[in-house]
Design a protein around this ligand. Structure first.
Ligand SMILES: *Cc1c(COP(=O)(O)O)cnc(C)c1O
Length: 414
C-alpha cells in the first residue's frame, strides 16, 4: 500500500465496519432504517462493535437479554439441550417444554385449569391471544390509545400507531381504541356485552414507558369481569422480572388477567413467546387444530426459558431489579436537571421524560459516549438493561446524563 493510501484509507477495523454496513444495505430489506453499529460480541452488560469500541448495553436488545450477554447459565442450558434434543415439532412433546409451561403457570399464580401455548415472538403470542378472543364469538375487541402489540396483521390491528397500520389496511376488523385511563369510556364500550376482549400493556413500553395506573388496571379487571369480556395483558415487554415482579400486573394486589402474552425476556435472547390462559373458562376456547406452530415451544427455546427463570430465582434478581431501578430513578431525579421532567416505569423498564423533544439526539450522543439507550418517542429516553446490571454500572450513565443532555441541546441550537 502506498504512503498516500495509508493516510486516507480507513483503518482495517473501520474498513471492515464500512464494508459490513454496505453489505447490510445491499442484502437486507430496508425496513429498519440504517443500523446504528455493527456489533461483534457481547459479555455481561457490555457489547463491542466491529471497530472494537465497547458499549454499556442499557437496552438489552429491547428488554430481551435479561441475563445480559453470554451468561454462563444460558450458554450451558442451550448447549446441553442442543446436544440432547433440539427440535421435535408439536407432533411430539419434550420435558423442557412441559417444565417451562408448569413454571410459568406457577410464577403467574394461575389457577387450576390454566394452560400455555408457546410461540416464537411477541407478535405471535398476541396473534394467538387474538384468536382466543375471536373464539368467544363476540365481534368487538378493544385496545388502548398508544398501544403496541406487534407487526403481524392481527397484532397490527391491535396497535395504535397510524403509520404502522395505514400501509396494510384492511386489517382484521372489529378492533376499537379507547384512551388509556378513561374508566367511563371503558364502561360505556363494554356495556352492550358484545366485546370479546380488552388488550392492554400494564406499562406501554413502545409508547414511551407509560404505566397504566393501578386504579385503571383494577377498573379494567372489574369491568371486563362484569361484562364477560376477556382481559388480555400484553406483558411481552414488562414480563419476566423486568419490573421487579415476575409480571408487571402482580404489582396490583390480586389482579389477574384471563390471558397473558410473553416474549422478549423469556428466552434471554433465544426467540420464544408464550400465551398463558387463566382458568377453565378460557382453556378450551382454542380447540385442537384451531392454532399451531412448527417451532413454538421447541426444547431448545424452552431450555433457554428455564435457564432465565432459574437464574432470576437463584440470584434474587427480582429484588435486585426493584432496588437498582428505584436507586437509579432517585439519583436521576436528584440531578435536578431542568430537562429531566420525570422518570416513568418500574424496576428496570424506565423512561426518562424530557422537557423538550431531544431524546433521539440524547440517544445518539449516548452511543458516541459508549451507552446504548433508545428514544421510543421524541421526549423519552428508554432504559431496559440486563436485569443483572449493577447499581454502579447504572450510575455511570446517570453521571454522564447531564453532559449528554447539554450536548443534545447544543446540537439543536446549531
Ligand atoms: C416487542 C413487543 C411486541 C412484539 O414482539 P415481537 O417479538 O417484536 O414480535 C408486542 N407487544 C409488546 C408490548 C412489545 O413490547
Amino acid at each position: 500500500m502506498s504512503e498516500h493510501h495509508k493516510q486516507t484509507a480507513p483503518t482495517g477495523a473501520a474498513q471492515h465496519h464500512q464494508d459490513l454496513e454496505r453489505r447490510y444495505r445491499e442484502a437486507l430489506l430496508p425496513v429498519f432504517g440504517a443500523p446504528q453499529k455493527v456489533l461483534a460480541r457481547g459479555e455481561g452488560v457490555h457489547v463491542w462493535d466491529t471497530d472494537g469500541k465497547q458499549y454499556l448495553d442499557l437496552l438489552a436488545g429491547i428488554a430481551v437479554n435479561a441475563l445480559g450477554h453470554a451468561h454462563p447459565a444460558l450458554l450451558s442450558a442451550i448447549t446441553k439441550q442442543a446436544q440432547t434434543l433440539g427440535h421435535v415439532s408439536n407432533f411430539f412433546a419434550s420435558a423442557p417444554q412441559i417444565e417451562l409451561a408448569e413454571k410459568l403457570l406457577t410464577l403467574a399464580d394461575a389457577p387450576a385449569g390454566s394452560g400455555v401455548f408457546f410461540a416464537n415472538s411477541g407478535t405471535e403470542a398476541n396473534e394467538a391471544a387474538f384468536k382466543i378472543a375471536r373464539r368467544t364469538g363476540r365481534p368487538r375487541i378493544i385496545a388502548l390509545h398508544n398501544s403496541f402489540h406487534g407487526r403481524t396483521m392481527g397484532a397490527l390491528a391491535l396497535t395504535w400507531k397510524e403509520a404502522y397500520r395505514a400501509p396494510f389496511e384492511p386489517l382484521p376488523g372489529g378492533v376499537e381504541f379507547l384512551p388509556a385511563g378513561d374508566e367511563q369510556a371503558l364502561a360505556a364500550a363494554l356495556a352492550p356485552g358484545d366485546v370479546a376482549a380488552v388488550f392492554a400493556e400494564p406499562i406501554q413500553g413502545e409508547a414511551g414507558v407509560r404505566p397504566l395506573t393501578p386504579t385503571y388496571l383494577r377498573a379494567l379487571r372489574r369491568l371486563t369481569r362484569e361484562h364477560g369480556t376477556l382481559l388480555v395483558l400484553d406483558e411481552v415487554q414488562t414480563g419476566m422480572g423486568r419490573t421487579g415482579h415476575w409480571f408487571a400486573h402482580q404489582a396490583v394486589d390480586g389482579l389477574q388477567p384471563d390471558v397473558m402474552t410473553l416474549a422478549k425476556g423469556l428466552g434471554g435472547g433465544f426467540p420464544i413467546g408464550a400465551v398463558l390462559s387463566f382458568g377453565p373458562a378460557v382453556h378450551d376456547l382454542l380447540q385442537p387444530g384451531q392454532h399451531g406452530t412448527t417451532f413454538g415451544g421447541n426444547p431448545l427455546a424452552a431450555a433457554a426459558g428455564l435457564a432465565v427463570i432459574g437464574t432470576i430465582l437463584e440470584d434474587g434478581l427480582l429484588e435486585h431489579v426493584t432496588a437498582t431501578g428505584e436507586g437509579f430513578r432517585r439519583d436521576v431525579l436528584a440531578l435536578g436537571h431542568p430537562l429531566v421532567q420525570e422518570v416513568r416505569g418500574a424496576g428496570l423498564l424506565l423512561g426518562i421524560g424530557l422537557a423538550t423533544p431531544i431524546a433521539a439526539q440524547v440517544a445518539a450522543r449516548a452511543l458516541e459516549a459508549g451507552f446504548i439507550v433508545n428514544a421510543p418517542d421524541a421526549s423519552t429516553v428508554r432504559l431496559a438493561p440486563p436485569l443483572i446490571i449493577t447499581a454502579a454500572e447504572l450510575d455511570a450513565f446517570r453521571a454522564a446524563l447531564p453532559a449528554l443532555l447539554e450536548a443534545a441541546v447544543a446540537e439543536g441550537e446549531n
